[in-house]
Design a protein around this ligand. Structure first.
Ligand SMILES: *Cc1c(COP(=O)(O)O)cnc(C)c1O
Length: 326
């Protein structure tokens, strides 16, 4: 399999910049993980750099994953597999029929997309693995969303980048906010914090889909999986803040406030955000700070990417905001 120079050597730190727009009575900064320099970046690209190493170690000849073919995760996985000279097989729920820019990129990279009803996903994955094995092929399976220890590890590294930025710039971020989905991003950040011994900083995951109880539980399990035996020693409940208050009904749902936030950040700071993840989380952060009377703090928002989805947002906003699936 071919090497990808960028993922082989790692991509260094993503930029952290103060924001210019007025988003409330705090000092806002943004860490630009949307600028991870592979396939339009984002947290899936950061995670992919860790999965890349695992795939290199294996003797896999096909990369398999599960997810909507319009997702950032599938775009990055398909691009990585193509660059490595491996085939890519994506199991995608048939309920998700939207053709977005990500879908077109996934097709561009030549990935095989196999659809099945969402209730039959697990069986379809097992069957497909068995078929490959019978053909003498070795599949490497990446959990949906890049969930799992490699994904978590990538955000432990991001947390260390944040600490080194703070040291260099003599600043301390009282809060870190980000969009939380499958929870690997948050698990990594929280593990980074627990391992560094910081007891003061608050990391707030804004749920973009899952309800609070279940979402929080999944993040906690990922933290446990990553820390292993150190979990009992390091973990404290108050270090895991996952809020479901800004789900707006679930995945892909957004409102006028999210739309206005995206427009404002684009206009005042020149930063594109999508409506499913980043714009929704940024808007949720502004509300969270307001509702909890938090002022005068240094607040870091992590832009987790999804640049192609920004263009889907633009296409859609011609006809006004509307909730969408997928
Ligand atoms: C997948 C995704 C998230 C959620 O990340 P998790 O690690 O699954 O919680 C957030 N933002 C963007 C842009 C994503 O694509």
């Amino acid at each position: 399999m071919k090497q990808i120079a960028l993922l082989e050597k790692g991509f260094g730190q993503t930029p952290v910049e103060p924001l210019s727009g007025d988003y409330g009575n705090n000092h806002f900064f943004m860490k630009r993980d949307d600028m991870v320099p592979f396939s339009f970046g984002g947290n899936k690209a950061r995670k992919a750099a860790e999965f890349y190493k695992e795939i290199q170690k294996s003797s896999a000849d096909v990369v398999m994953t599960y997810g909507s073919n319009s997702s950032n995760h599938c775009r990055i996985t398909a691009n990585m597999a193509a660059a490595m000279g491996l085939s890519c097989h994506i199991i995608s729920p048939v309920e998700n029929r939207e053709i977005l820019y990500n879908t077109r990129l996934v097709e561009e990279f030549g990935a095989v997309i196999e659809t099945c009803p969402v209730t039959q996903v697990a069986g379809t994955i097992e069957n497909r693995k068995a078929v490959y094995a019978a053909e003498g092929k070795i599949p490497y399976f990446i959990t949906g969303g890049g969930h799992g220890n490699p994904g978590t590890e990538s955000y432990v590294k991001a947390y260390r980048e944040i600490e080194s930025y703070e040291k260099e710039n003599r600043i301390y971020f009282d809060y870190i906010f980000h969009a939380s989905g499958t929870g690997a991003t948050q698990a990594g950040l929280v593990c980074g914090k627990l391992l560094s011994g910081d007891k003061k900083r608050k990391i707030v995951g804004i749920s973009i889909a899952r309800e609070e109880e279940r979402g929080r539980q999944v993040v906690k399990e990922s933290i446990g999986e990553y820390l292993g035996r150190d979990f009992e020693k390091l973990y404290r409940e108050e270090d895991l803040i996952f809020t479901g208050a800004f789900r707006l009904g679930g995945y892909g749902q957004y409102n006028e406030e999210v739309v206005e936030t995206i427009r404002k950040v684009m206009k005042l700071d020149g930063i594109p955000m999508d409506a499913t993840y980043v714009g929704k989380a940024f808007s949720g952060m502004c509300r969270y700070l307001k509702e909890n009377d938090i002022t005068g703090k240094n607040v870091l928002f992590i832009h987790t990417g999804g640049t192609p989805l920004f263009f889907d947002f633009l296409d859609r906003s011609k006809t006004g905001p509307e909730s969408r699936q997928g």
